[in-house]
Write a protein that binds this ligand. Structure first.
Ligand code: NDP
Length: 294
């Protein structure tokens, strides 16, 4: 029997934890805001720990899904490092930054604990359905040890390289998402002003070479309908885009588009606030162009 500790019951952590607990009955959950964990425990019949340290004490595998790597480092420093047992594996599903992950891996290794960054893609729907993509950074041997746990929420589980490689790949993926959301909004606003309806434009683009997940799914389902459901916070996409821009800069790769996308996402975050959904970045472009796409 594998004992799991799942820390972080946010928008995507909750459905991931639900699937892990269904597959591994010895799962204990913890969340900073205790009321969230208690509600989750009641709804799904899962054991709730009062502190992160209590949650990890008996765990073979610790999974974290927090906002940022800094949050993970803070939780590790606040009792988890001392409580986690030797031989356990620490799997961080946060979309984190490679440098902090490498530092965490180093600190945990000194206690005989293996670390793997394992950010996910596929959104809250993918988490509900257990069809996430999982981008793993760390040793291939550690990945094989925890693969059955990752299979509770992921279908495409990929070894990307050493610690930090999963974080770097996830950040670049999300920077592309941000770029597609912003550039599709600019294009559709311009077309609408030129007399082309956005539904007509998307119909053509989605049968042509400029299509993306943004044009195929996000704009038809969330922008044209004006639904803008809150599934993935803009603040988190801003964080991911900045990580991608930093990776490019650190690797001395010319990256004007990544740097500009990062600046634009930071502006959108300032304008729309911490609770806005990522697709609401479109509203900044709409305001600039005085057009409502739809
Ligand atoms: P949310 O903002 O919904 O939840 C964040 C979670 O982190 C909450 O459980 C929050 O606790 C916890 N947390 C934040 N700061 C701290 C801290 N300092 N100490 C302890 N706990 C903390 O985020 P999501 O669930 O959407 O995202 C989690 C991670 O997954 C992020 O890195 C995100 O980029 C990534 N991700 C999200 C996707 C999505 O579709 N939502 C898709 C793919 C990746 P509390 O409840 O107390 O606030």
């Amino acid at each position: 029997m594998t004992a799991i500790a799942f820390l972080g019951l946010g928008a995507i952590g909750r459905p991931m934890a639900r699937r892990v607990a269904a597959a591994f009955p010895e799962t204990v959950v913890w969340n900073r805001t205790a009321a969230t964990a208690e509600a989750f425990g009641r709804e799904h019949g899962v054991r709730v720990a009062p502190t992160a340290a209590d949650a990890v004490r008996a765990a073979d595998v610790v999974i974290t899904c927090l906002s940022t790597s800094q949050d993970v480092a803070a939780v590790v420093a606040d009792g988890v490092l001392d409580a986690i047992r030797q031989g356990a594996v620490f799997v961080d599903c946060t979309s984190g930054d490679p440098a902090t992950s490498r530092r965490l891996a180093h600190d945990l290794a000194a206690r005989g604990i293996a670390f793997m960054d394992a950010p996910v893609s596929g959104g809250t729907v993918g988490a509900e359905n257990g069809t996430l993509t999982v981008m793993c950074g760390g040793s291939a041997e550690v990945l094989e040890r925890v693969r059955p746990v990752l299979e509770a929420f992921g279908t495409k589980i990929v070894h990307c390289g050493d610690v930090g490689a999963g974080d770097a790949l996830k950040a670049v993926n999300n920077a592309l998402l941000a770029l597609h959301v912003l550039s599709t909004a600019e294009g559709l606003a311009a077309l609408q002003r030129a007399g082309v309806r956005p539904d007509v434009a998307l119909d053509v683009i989605n049968a042509s070479s400029g299509r993306s997940n943004a044009s195929m799914n996000l704009f038809p389902e969330r922008v044209l309908t004006r639904a803008f459901p809150r599934t993935f916070r803009l603040a988190l996409l801003d964080k991911d885009t900045r990580i991608a821009a930093d990776v490019a800069r650190e690797q001395r790769v010319p990256s004007p588009l990544l740097q500009l996308t990062s600046e634009l996402m930071a502006m959108a975050r300032r304008e729309l606030g911490e609770d806005a959904d990522h697709v609401e970045a479109v509203k900044m472009i709409e305001r600039w162009s005085n057009v409502e796409i739809g």
